[in-house]
Design a protein around this ligand. Structure first.
Ligand code: ADE
Ligand code: ZN
Length: 358
Protein backbone atom coordinates (compact mmCIF):
# COMPACT_ATOMS: atom_id res chain seq x y z
CA UNK A 1 0.00 0.00 0.00
CA UNK A 2 1.20 3.44 -0.90
CA UNK A 3 0.79 6.37 1.48
CA UNK A 4 -0.76 9.51 0.01
CA UNK A 5 2.55 11.38 0.39
CA UNK A 6 4.50 8.68 -1.40
CA UNK A 7 1.81 8.58 -4.09
CA UNK A 8 2.10 12.36 -4.62
CA UNK A 9 5.87 12.13 -4.88
CA UNK A 10 5.65 9.26 -7.35
CA UNK A 11 3.04 10.75 -9.72
CA UNK A 12 4.85 11.21 -13.05
CA UNK A 13 5.55 14.88 -13.65
CA UNK A 14 7.01 17.35 -16.07
CA UNK A 15 8.94 20.42 -14.89
CA UNK A 16 8.33 23.37 -17.20
CA UNK A 17 9.47 26.27 -15.06
CA UNK A 18 12.88 26.01 -13.44
CA UNK A 19 15.83 28.40 -13.63
CA UNK A 20 19.22 26.71 -13.50
CA UNK A 21 20.67 29.61 -11.49
CA UNK A 22 17.96 28.99 -8.89
CA UNK A 23 18.61 25.27 -8.77
CA UNK A 24 22.24 25.23 -7.62
CA UNK A 25 22.43 23.23 -4.40
CA UNK A 26 23.71 25.44 -1.54
CA UNK A 27 26.68 23.17 -0.92
CA UNK A 28 27.57 23.28 -4.61
CA UNK A 29 27.31 27.06 -4.67
CA UNK A 30 29.63 27.39 -1.66
CA UNK A 31 32.12 25.01 -3.23
CA UNK A 32 32.10 26.60 -6.69
CA UNK A 33 32.39 30.09 -5.21
CA UNK A 34 35.63 29.08 -3.47
CA UNK A 35 37.05 27.28 -6.50
CA UNK A 36 36.17 30.11 -8.87
CA UNK A 37 37.20 32.97 -6.59
CA UNK A 38 33.68 34.40 -6.27
CA UNK A 39 33.37 36.33 -3.00
CA UNK A 40 29.90 35.60 -1.69
CA UNK A 41 28.79 38.05 1.03
CA UNK A 42 27.45 35.09 3.01
CA UNK A 43 27.20 31.36 2.73
CA UNK A 44 24.62 30.02 0.30
CA UNK A 45 22.14 28.91 2.98
CA UNK A 46 22.01 32.50 4.22
CA UNK A 47 22.13 34.04 0.76
CA UNK A 48 19.07 31.95 -0.01
CA UNK A 49 17.19 33.70 2.81
CA UNK A 50 15.79 37.07 1.72
CA UNK A 51 12.82 39.24 2.48
CA UNK A 52 11.88 40.75 -0.85
CA UNK A 53 11.41 39.65 -4.44
CA UNK A 54 14.13 42.08 -5.52
CA UNK A 55 16.63 40.71 -2.98
CA UNK A 56 15.78 37.26 -4.31
CA UNK A 57 16.59 38.36 -7.85
CA UNK A 58 19.93 39.76 -6.63
CA UNK A 59 20.73 36.47 -4.89
CA UNK A 60 19.83 34.55 -8.04
CA UNK A 61 22.11 36.67 -10.23
CA UNK A 62 24.92 36.29 -7.73
CA UNK A 63 24.50 32.51 -7.60
CA UNK A 64 24.69 32.44 -11.41
CA UNK A 65 28.19 33.93 -11.25
CA UNK A 66 29.48 30.82 -9.52
CA UNK A 67 29.12 28.94 -12.80
CA UNK A 68 32.42 29.82 -14.44
CA UNK A 69 33.48 26.84 -16.55
CA UNK A 70 31.66 24.36 -18.82
CA UNK A 71 32.20 21.75 -16.09
CA UNK A 72 30.31 23.93 -13.61
CA UNK A 73 27.35 24.13 -15.98
CA UNK A 74 27.55 20.38 -16.50
CA UNK A 75 27.49 19.78 -12.75
CA UNK A 76 24.64 22.21 -12.09
CA UNK A 77 22.49 20.63 -14.81
CA UNK A 78 23.21 17.08 -13.68
CA UNK A 79 22.50 17.81 -10.01
CA UNK A 80 19.34 19.71 -10.89
CA UNK A 81 17.92 16.76 -12.82
CA UNK A 82 19.00 14.36 -10.09
CA UNK A 83 17.02 16.42 -7.56
CA UNK A 84 13.94 16.52 -9.80
CA UNK A 85 14.16 12.78 -10.30
CA UNK A 86 14.77 11.81 -6.69
CA UNK A 87 12.42 14.28 -5.04
CA UNK A 88 9.24 14.38 -7.06
CA UNK A 89 9.03 11.88 -9.91
CA UNK A 90 9.93 14.28 -12.74
CA UNK A 91 10.26 12.51 -16.11
CA UNK A 92 10.97 15.49 -18.34
CA UNK A 93 12.25 19.02 -17.63
CA UNK A 94 12.49 22.26 -19.61
CA UNK A 95 15.08 24.49 -18.00
CA UNK A 96 15.75 28.22 -18.25
CA UNK A 97 19.28 29.57 -18.46
CA UNK A 98 20.19 33.25 -18.83
CA UNK A 99 23.14 33.73 -21.20
CA UNK A 100 23.53 37.35 -20.11
CA UNK A 101 24.18 36.31 -16.51
CA UNK A 102 27.33 34.52 -17.61
CA UNK A 103 28.60 36.30 -20.74
CA UNK A 104 30.07 39.27 -18.79
CA UNK A 105 31.90 36.66 -16.72
CA UNK A 106 33.87 35.65 -19.83
CA UNK A 107 31.80 32.58 -20.73
CA UNK A 108 30.81 32.37 -24.37
CA UNK A 109 27.35 31.10 -25.30
CA UNK A 110 28.55 27.76 -26.75
CA UNK A 111 30.60 27.05 -23.63
CA UNK A 112 27.67 27.48 -21.28
CA UNK A 113 25.18 25.71 -23.50
CA UNK A 114 27.44 22.75 -24.23
CA UNK A 115 28.27 22.39 -20.54
CA UNK A 116 24.56 22.32 -19.73
CA UNK A 117 23.84 19.85 -22.52
CA UNK A 118 26.59 17.50 -21.34
CA UNK A 119 25.09 17.53 -17.85
CA UNK A 120 21.58 16.95 -19.20
CA UNK A 121 22.71 14.10 -21.43
CA UNK A 122 24.51 12.42 -18.55
CA UNK A 123 21.43 12.90 -16.35
CA UNK A 124 19.21 11.41 -19.03
CA UNK A 125 21.45 8.33 -19.05
CA UNK A 126 21.65 8.16 -15.25
CA UNK A 127 18.03 8.94 -14.32
CA UNK A 128 15.97 8.49 -17.49
CA UNK A 129 14.78 12.13 -17.39
CA UNK A 130 14.61 13.86 -20.76
CA UNK A 131 15.14 17.61 -20.99
CA UNK A 132 15.23 20.73 -23.10
CA UNK A 133 16.71 24.21 -22.58
CA UNK A 134 15.10 27.64 -22.83
CA UNK A 135 17.37 30.67 -23.28
CA UNK A 136 16.06 33.45 -21.11
CA UNK A 137 16.28 37.22 -20.86
CA UNK A 138 16.19 38.93 -17.46
CA UNK A 139 14.15 42.04 -18.21
CA UNK A 140 15.54 43.85 -15.15
CA UNK A 141 19.12 43.81 -16.40
CA UNK A 142 18.85 43.33 -20.18
CA UNK A 143 17.89 45.65 -23.00
CA UNK A 144 15.78 44.60 -25.98
CA UNK A 145 18.98 44.81 -28.05
CA UNK A 146 20.45 42.11 -25.82
CA UNK A 147 17.50 39.85 -26.55
CA UNK A 148 18.37 40.24 -30.24
CA UNK A 149 22.00 39.52 -29.38
CA UNK A 150 20.91 36.32 -27.63
CA UNK A 151 19.03 35.26 -30.76
CA UNK A 152 22.22 35.85 -32.76
CA UNK A 153 24.16 33.61 -30.39
CA UNK A 154 21.48 30.94 -30.66
CA UNK A 155 21.49 31.13 -34.48
CA UNK A 156 25.29 30.92 -34.60
CA UNK A 157 25.33 27.90 -32.28
CA UNK A 158 22.12 25.95 -32.88
CA UNK A 159 21.56 23.02 -30.54
CA UNK A 160 18.64 20.58 -30.73
CA UNK A 161 18.13 20.76 -26.98
CA UNK A 162 17.62 24.53 -26.99
CA UNK A 163 14.04 24.87 -28.13
CA UNK A 164 12.78 28.25 -27.02
CA UNK A 165 13.18 31.59 -25.30
CA UNK A 166 11.80 33.01 -22.08
CA UNK A 167 11.55 36.33 -20.24
CA UNK A 168 12.11 36.59 -16.49
CA UNK A 169 13.07 39.21 -13.91
CA UNK A 170 10.76 41.91 -12.61
CA UNK A 171 7.86 42.57 -14.96
CA UNK A 172 7.64 46.22 -13.93
CA UNK A 173 11.16 46.75 -15.34
CA UNK A 174 10.34 45.40 -18.78
CA UNK A 175 6.71 45.02 -19.78
CA UNK A 176 5.99 42.53 -22.57
CA UNK A 177 5.61 44.98 -25.46
CA UNK A 178 9.26 46.04 -25.11
CA UNK A 179 10.25 42.59 -26.30
CA UNK A 180 7.90 42.25 -29.25
CA UNK A 181 10.52 42.55 -31.98
CA UNK A 182 12.84 39.96 -30.42
CA UNK A 183 9.97 37.55 -29.77
CA UNK A 184 8.77 38.01 -33.37
CA UNK A 185 12.24 37.20 -34.68
CA UNK A 186 12.43 34.17 -32.40
CA UNK A 187 9.15 32.92 -33.84
CA UNK A 188 10.49 33.33 -37.36
CA UNK A 189 13.56 31.32 -36.31
CA UNK A 190 11.28 28.46 -35.24
CA UNK A 191 11.76 28.93 -31.50
CA UNK A 192 9.01 28.33 -28.96
CA UNK A 193 8.19 31.35 -26.80
CA UNK A 194 7.16 31.94 -23.23
CA UNK A 195 7.37 34.81 -20.72
CA UNK A 196 6.92 35.37 -17.00
CA UNK A 197 3.76 37.43 -16.80
CA UNK A 198 1.26 38.61 -14.21
CA UNK A 199 3.42 37.38 -11.35
CA UNK A 200 1.83 37.98 -7.96
CA UNK A 201 4.85 39.69 -6.42
CA UNK A 202 4.29 42.58 -8.81
CA UNK A 203 1.45 45.00 -8.14
CA UNK A 204 -1.54 44.86 -10.46
CA UNK A 205 -0.50 48.09 -12.17
CA UNK A 206 2.98 46.64 -12.77
CA UNK A 207 1.82 43.26 -14.01
CA UNK A 208 -1.79 43.79 -15.13
CA UNK A 209 -3.98 41.19 -16.85
CA UNK A 210 -3.55 43.18 -20.09
CA UNK A 211 0.01 41.83 -20.20
CA UNK A 212 -1.48 38.41 -20.91
CA UNK A 213 -2.89 39.71 -24.19
CA UNK A 214 0.40 41.41 -25.04
CA UNK A 215 2.24 38.14 -24.53
CA UNK A 216 -0.20 36.29 -26.75
CA UNK A 217 -0.80 38.86 -29.48
CA UNK A 218 2.53 40.69 -29.75
CA UNK A 219 5.00 38.14 -28.39
CA UNK A 220 3.34 35.01 -29.79
CA UNK A 221 3.85 33.06 -26.57
CA UNK A 222 2.30 29.62 -26.62
CA UNK A 223 2.61 29.08 -22.91
CA UNK A 224 3.22 31.43 -19.98
CA UNK A 225 4.96 31.36 -16.61
CA UNK A 226 3.02 32.29 -13.43
CA UNK A 227 -0.03 34.28 -14.59
CA UNK A 228 -1.82 34.65 -11.22
CA UNK A 229 -2.72 38.33 -11.69
CA UNK A 230 -4.99 37.52 -14.63
CA UNK A 231 -7.52 36.42 -11.99
CA UNK A 232 -8.30 40.12 -11.57
CA UNK A 233 -9.94 40.22 -15.01
CA UNK A 234 -12.60 37.58 -15.76
CA UNK A 235 -12.51 38.42 -19.48
CA UNK A 236 -8.81 37.59 -19.65
CA UNK A 237 -9.38 34.38 -17.69
CA UNK A 238 -12.16 33.44 -20.13
CA UNK A 239 -9.87 34.08 -23.10
CA UNK A 240 -7.04 32.01 -21.59
CA UNK A 241 -9.44 29.14 -20.92
CA UNK A 242 -10.89 29.37 -24.43
CA UNK A 243 -7.45 29.33 -26.03
CA UNK A 244 -6.16 26.58 -23.74
CA UNK A 245 -3.09 28.58 -22.77
CA UNK A 246 -0.89 26.73 -20.33
CA UNK A 247 0.46 28.44 -17.18
CA UNK A 248 3.48 27.08 -15.34
CA UNK A 249 2.59 27.93 -11.75
CA UNK A 250 5.17 27.88 -8.97
CA UNK A 251 3.80 25.87 -6.06
CA UNK A 252 6.17 27.35 -3.46
CA UNK A 253 7.11 31.01 -3.22
CA UNK A 254 10.49 32.24 -2.01
CA UNK A 255 8.65 34.74 0.18
CA UNK A 256 7.00 33.05 3.19
CA UNK A 257 4.13 35.55 3.29
CA UNK A 258 3.16 34.71 -0.26
CA UNK A 259 2.97 30.94 0.07
CA UNK A 260 -0.60 30.49 1.33
CA UNK A 261 -2.00 33.27 -0.92
CA UNK A 262 -0.17 31.69 -3.90
CA UNK A 263 -1.85 28.36 -3.21
CA UNK A 264 -5.26 30.06 -3.17
CA UNK A 265 -4.48 31.65 -6.55
CA UNK A 266 -3.47 28.25 -7.88
CA UNK A 267 -6.79 26.88 -6.66
CA UNK A 268 -8.68 29.73 -8.31
CA UNK A 269 -6.84 29.21 -11.61
CA UNK A 270 -7.47 25.47 -11.52
CA UNK A 271 -11.15 25.87 -10.66
CA UNK A 272 -11.59 28.48 -13.38
CA UNK A 273 -10.61 25.79 -15.87
CA UNK A 274 -7.20 27.24 -16.69
CA UNK A 275 -4.57 24.81 -17.89
CA UNK A 276 -1.78 24.76 -15.30
CA UNK A 277 1.08 22.67 -14.06
CA UNK A 278 2.91 22.87 -10.72
CA UNK A 279 6.58 23.79 -11.01
CA UNK A 280 9.48 24.59 -8.70
CA UNK A 281 10.82 27.83 -10.29
CA UNK A 282 14.00 28.11 -8.16
CA UNK A 283 14.04 24.97 -6.02
CA UNK A 284 17.43 25.38 -4.33
CA UNK A 285 17.03 29.06 -3.55
CA UNK A 286 13.43 28.60 -2.36
CA UNK A 287 14.29 25.46 -0.37
CA UNK A 288 11.73 23.27 -2.08
CA UNK A 289 11.53 20.24 -4.34
CA UNK A 290 8.94 19.14 -6.88
CA UNK A 291 7.55 16.58 -4.41
CA UNK A 292 7.43 19.10 -1.56
CA UNK A 293 5.63 21.66 -3.75
CA UNK A 294 3.01 19.14 -4.75
CA UNK A 295 2.50 17.93 -1.16
CA UNK A 296 2.05 21.44 0.22
CA UNK A 297 -0.48 22.36 -2.46
CA UNK A 298 -2.44 19.11 -2.16
CA UNK A 299 -2.49 19.29 1.66
CA UNK A 300 -3.63 22.90 1.73
CA UNK A 301 -6.23 22.60 -1.02
CA UNK A 302 -7.52 19.15 -0.06
CA UNK A 303 -6.83 17.78 -3.52
CA UNK A 304 -6.74 14.10 -4.45
CA UNK A 305 -6.14 11.70 -7.31
CA UNK A 306 -8.36 13.46 -9.86
CA UNK A 307 -6.41 16.70 -9.48
CA UNK A 308 -3.10 14.81 -9.56
CA UNK A 309 -4.04 13.15 -12.83
CA UNK A 310 -5.15 16.39 -14.44
CA UNK A 311 -1.98 18.26 -13.41
CA UNK A 312 0.33 15.43 -14.41
CA UNK A 313 -1.08 15.15 -17.94
CA UNK A 314 -1.48 18.92 -18.39
CA UNK A 315 2.24 19.46 -17.79
CA UNK A 316 3.18 16.79 -20.25
CA UNK A 317 0.85 18.11 -22.95
CA UNK A 318 2.24 21.63 -22.53
CA UNK A 319 5.84 20.54 -22.95
CA UNK A 320 7.80 21.46 -26.04
CA UNK A 321 8.71 17.89 -26.92
CA UNK A 322 7.71 16.68 -30.40
CA UNK A 323 4.06 15.55 -30.52
CA UNK A 324 5.01 11.93 -31.31
CA UNK A 325 7.29 11.79 -28.26
CA UNK A 326 4.57 13.31 -26.09
CA UNK A 327 2.10 10.66 -27.24
CA UNK A 328 4.49 7.89 -26.20
CA UNK A 329 5.14 9.56 -22.84
CA UNK A 330 1.44 10.14 -22.28
CA UNK A 331 0.66 6.43 -22.63
CA UNK A 332 3.37 5.78 -20.05
CA UNK A 333 2.03 8.48 -17.71
CA UNK A 334 -1.49 7.05 -17.89
CA UNK A 335 -0.24 3.55 -17.14
CA UNK A 336 1.79 4.85 -14.18
CA UNK A 337 -1.12 6.88 -12.83
CA UNK A 338 -3.40 3.83 -13.05
CA UNK A 339 -0.85 1.66 -11.23
CA UNK A 340 -0.22 4.24 -8.51
CA UNK A 341 -3.93 4.75 -7.89
CA UNK A 342 -4.40 1.00 -7.60
CA UNK A 343 -1.68 0.87 -4.94
CA UNK A 344 -2.77 3.94 -2.99
CA UNK A 345 -4.07 3.38 0.54
CA UNK A 346 -7.67 4.66 0.18
CA UNK A 347 -7.87 5.60 3.87
CA UNK A 348 -4.74 7.74 3.91
CA UNK A 349 -4.97 11.46 3.22
CA UNK A 350 -2.22 12.58 5.63
CA UNK A 351 0.45 14.64 3.92
CA UNK A 352 4.08 14.85 5.00
CA UNK A 353 5.13 18.49 4.54
CA UNK A 354 8.89 17.94 4.98
CA UNK A 355 11.01 19.38 2.18
CA UNK A 356 13.32 16.47 2.20
CA UNK A 357 14.27 14.19 0.11
CA UNK A 358 12.08 11.20 0.43
N1 ADE B 1 13.92 34.45 -12.17
C1 ADE B 1 13.93 33.30 -11.49
N2 ADE B 1 12.75 33.11 -10.89
C2 ADE B 1 11.97 34.16 -11.21
C3 ADE B 1 10.66 34.53 -10.90
N3 ADE B 1 9.86 33.78 -10.15
N4 ADE B 1 10.20 35.69 -11.39
C4 ADE B 1 10.98 36.46 -12.15
N5 ADE B 1 12.23 36.14 -12.47
C5 ADE B 1 12.73 35.01 -12.01
ZN1 ZN C 1 10.55 31.78 -12.93
Amino acid sequence: MLSFSDYLDAVPKVELHLHIAGAIRPETLDELAVVNGLRLPKRAEELYRFTSFYDFLDALRLAALALATPQDFRRAAHECIEDLHRHGGVRHAEIFFNPHYHAPNGIAYPEMVDGLIEGLEAAERDFGVSSRLIACIDRSVCLPSEALQMLDWMAAHPRDRVVGIGLDGAERAGPPLLWAEAWRQAGRAGLRRTAHVCEDNQALFEAPPAHFSHCRDALGCDRLDHGYNILADPAVVARAVREGVHFTAASWSGLPGNRAPRRQRIRAMFEAGLDISLCTDDPAIFGTTMGHGWRTVFADLGWGVAEARRLSLAGLRASWLPEARKAVLEAGFVAMLDALEAELDPGDRAVDLAVTRR
